[in-house]
Design a protein around this ligand. Structure first.
Ligand code: CIR
Length: 255
């Protein structure tokens, strides 16, 4: 169960966010509206939401998921692999907020790089994507920190997508949504896997929050499959975030 969520309002500079999507620039006003709808969907799940203010110098800073890994024992402040995002992990308002919730604060250090969009929590185990943003040194630091607190981690190499959670979501109760390259990860064979077709691949990035699953607007097959598993489904449009490779999970820290 999650009690707390942290989000950051998108900044007007969101149109300069890093992208590989070729879907045009995000519309700022629409992004703000979608972000408000995201916060209201989260509020329906019973969590307490802390809303941080925008930071114009960091166009991608609404994607707060990447700057910290929140576990039940500690928070790990990451060291983002993207140069333009590195200092997002040092923003004082985020650090102060996390400090209010956690006694144990750990840090990823050079030469490690980690973006926590690459880290998927399954109970006390954390799958860590080794990606263009999260390197092996970073992943190994995460595992060493987790082990200090009685938690564990393992590495899943990825090639095709930005972050691990771009293409896979753990829905609790042993259910795992998988798209693309994650359909054939041996470590995931033990889960009840729900395969997402290529045409709905973006829909593989959902979030489970307290028996609700928040699903992006426009992915009917994903939505139907999740409903069939008995979850309460909330739908939020993330079209403007998709334009800069962002999705539902990227927009919050949940713990
Ligand atoms: C980036 O390229 O870093 C951002 N434009 C998108 C980050 C998405 N975050 C995530 O998947 N956790």
């Amino acid at each position: 169960m999650f009690r707390n969520v942290i989000v950051r309002v998108p900044s007007e500079t969101i149109c300069n966010g890093i992208t590989s999507a070729d879907l045009g620039k995000p519309n700022y006003k629409l992004a703000l509206k979608q972000h408000e709808e995201y916060v209201s969907a989260l509020s329906k799940t019973g969590v307490n939401v802390t809303v941080l203010q925008p930071h114009d110098e960091y166009p991608d800073s609404c994607f707060v998921e990447d700057v910290a890994l929140c576990t039940r024992e500690c928070v790990i402040i990451t060291r983002p692999g993207a140069d333009s995002r590195r200092k997002e992990a040092e923003l004082p308002d985020m650090l102060e907020t996390l400090n209010n919730f956690y006694t144990h604060i750990e840090y990823i250090e050079e030469p490690g790089t980690v973006e926590a969009g690459d880290i998927m929590m399954v109970g006390d185990h954390f799958y860590i994507g080794e990606s263009a943003r999260t390197n092996r040194a970073g992943a190994e630091q995460v595992i060493a920190i987790l082990e200090k607190y009685g938690l564990s981690g393992s590495i899943v190499p990825l090639q095709e997508v930005l972050h691990l959670k771009t293409g896979t979501t753990y829905l609790e109760n042993n259910n795992l949504l998988v798209a693309g390259e994650f359909k054939s990860v041996p470590d995931f064979e033990k889960f009840h896997r729900i395969e997402v077709e290529d045409e709905e691949a973006y829909g593989a990035n959902c979030i489970w929050v307290n028996d609700y699953v928040i699903v992006p607007e426009g992915y009917p097959k994903v939505k139907k499959a999740i409903k069939a598993l008995g979850y309460k489904v909330l739908v939020v449009d993330t079209s403007e975030f998709r334009k800069i490779d962002g999705g539902l999970s990227c927009l919050s820290l949940r713990f």
